[in-house]
Design a protein around this ligand. Structure first.
Ligand code: AMP
Length: 508
């Protein structure tokens, strides 16, 4: 049997190239597959430049899906895993009713007086000084878990499709080999080869088919059965491989099988991501696919006022997408709690560790009941990520797509120029003259530091180039503005630190 890969069309942008820096800070040109393969790279110490050409644009919408109250009272656990969407049910019109009326198996663990429980230090403070980062999370008290008091919850929703049942292990192995897929662990479900075979409820399937995707990407075809079966999962695949849907769709199924949120409940699904840009991208997918079942989400990240995020959290959201620092802030100031989280996602785990979030991640995960389902996604599998998985995932199963070694994307022409520091700027301008000569071309320049990003932007602007900078020291409103100027083509040169590199998909 032979297989052909449908991944890549339609709607799949070329995976962004992998950026790698050698000791000399050599960097790679990073463009999209739709762009002319003109590129250049500079670097030999200090900062490095990466430039690329983008042609497409997309809408960037960070607002969360908003609907009125989601609290309900008469739903009970939907163990039948049927095709009814929440939209069709009547549960949305009450918020004051008693939880007792619901499933007897659901043992409430706090209700309204949730904030007086032992999970928070009495009088926990929300004011941080300069050593804020080191103190962050000090107001969180380690949880003691009494399993006899925790409500039971459903996490295995997977029913193998007859096509999958009838597929032999030889065929399965062939399929995995063709897609460069390796699996590790015990009792790993077979991959699915079509969306239908994933056996999603009809309301989820419809959303996916409506997008016009032809087939699951490899990480989805193996990741969906793994995640739907309630197991802890590690998925290693490069950025842009469809990882977000690999965990978002099972998350939606998971939420729909849990009792409704009560007033004061925190989220059921928590997704931790390294940057605001990535968090916002994840939110867009959650909004798209959660809409039909009225699943509310919010995105919690630093650099913007806390008020709106805090309000959304306290109104009740099933999905919270968060960067670690701001989430801890919200937990310490008691804007939310994690006692209802039964599905935890650590996205871009390697990147979060690179950015120094490990202590915060550990503090957050320690607040979540240990029998949750945990899914960890990463582009690479260094020992630090492995250790995190060993510490927080139970009996996990793993899928790796492609090689674990860093490699450059084949869709991108890479040109490496080794030069002296003083030569860099003139070379940069020479490449810009060539690239920007063509109408509609755009250039993205990555730098090693925020200071260099600002310096290069200033240098280019003084020289008359329409350049703007984006990095972590800029206010969120300015970052949003810079992205929109770049996307619309009004300012076709964007200089960025790598804080933007993994969330940059939104500019397509
Ligand atoms: P991600 O790796 O999750 O950031 O996804 C990268 C892009 O691929 C996003 O624009 C997705 O909408 C798109 N995508 C996800 N799944 C598929 C699929 N099965 N077929 C085509 N495109 C997909």
């Amino acid at each position: 049997m032979s297989y052909s890969s449908n991944y890549g069309a339609p709607g799949v942008p070329a995976p962004p190239g992998t950026l790698y820096n050698t000791a000399n800070s050599t960097s790679t040109y990073n463009g999209s597959s739709t762009a002319p393969p003109s590129s250049s790279t500079y670097g030999n110490g200090g900062s490095s430049y990466t430039s690329g050409t983008y042609k497409n644009s997309s809408s960037y919408n960070s607002s969360s899906y908003s609907s009125s109250s989601r609290y309900g009272n008469d739903r009970g656990v939907d163990r039948s895993y049927d095709d009814r969407s929440r939209r069709d049910r009547k549960e949305y019109d009450t918020r004051s009713s008693s939880y007792r009326d619901r499933s007897p198996t659901y043992d409430s663990y706090g209700g309204r007086d949730r904030y007086t429980s032992s999970s928070y230090r009495p009088g926990g403070s929300n004011s941080y000084s300069n050593d804020r980062m080191s103190n962050l999370g000090s107001g969180l008290v380690k949880q003691e878990w009494d399993f006899s008091k925790l409500h039971k919850f459903e996490k295995n929703f997977y029913r193998e499709h007859p096509n999958v049942v009838s597929r032999s292990m030889i065929e399965v192995e062939e399929y995995r080999k063709f897609h460069d897929m390796k699996v590790f662990g015990r009792d790993i479900p077979k991959p699915v080869e079509t969306f239908e075979e994933a056996n999603f409820p009809a309301y989820v399937l419809k959303e996916v088919l409506d997008l016009g995707f032809k087939a699951p990407t490899p990480i989805q075809s193996q990741g969906w059965p793994m995640a739907l079966s309630g197991r802890d999962v590690v998925g290693i695949a490069e950025t842009g491989s469809g990882k977000t849907l690999a965990y978002c769709l099972p998350a939606i199924v998971h939420i729909n099988a849990q009792p409704f949120l009560e007033p004061g409940d925190g989220p059921i699904v928590l997704i931790l991501a390294p940057t605001r840009e990535l968090a916002v991208q994840i939110q867009q997918e959650c909004t798209k696919f959660g809409k039909s079942s009225k699943i509310k989400n919010t995105c919690v990240y630093g650099g913007v006022p806390k008020g709106p995020q805090s309000r959304e959290l306290s109104q009740g959201v099933e999905i919270c997408i968060a960067t670690p620092g701001r989430l801890i802030d919200m937990l310490e100031s008691r804007r939310t709690n994690l006692r209802r989280v039964t599905y935890l996602v650590l996205d871009e785990a390697d990147r979060m560790l690179d950015m120094g979030f490990e202590p915060q991640i550990r503090k957050i995960v320690d607040q979540i009941r240990p029998d949750r389902q945990t899914l960890m996604w990463s582009a690479t599998w260094p020992k630090e990520v492995k250790k995190l998985a060993e510490d927080y995932l139970h009996d996990f199963i793993q899928v790796n797509i492609g090689s674990l070694d860093l490699s450059a994307s084949h869709n991108i022409t890479q040109i490496v120029e080794v030069c002296a520091e003083y030569e860099k700027r003139a070379k940069l301008v020479k490449h810009l003259e060539r690239i920007m000569d063509q109408k509609d071309n755009k250039t993205l320049i990555f730098t090693g530091t925020k200071r260099t990003a600002d310096e290069i932007t200033k240098y280019l602007r003084q020289d008359g180039w329409p350049a703007l900078a984006i990095h972590g020291d800029k206010a969120q409103s300015e970052r949003d503005w810079v992205l929109s100027e770049f996307r619309s083509g009004k300012s076709p040169i964007m200089v960025a630190t790598d804080v933007a590199s993994r969330g940059i998909g939104m500019i397509y």
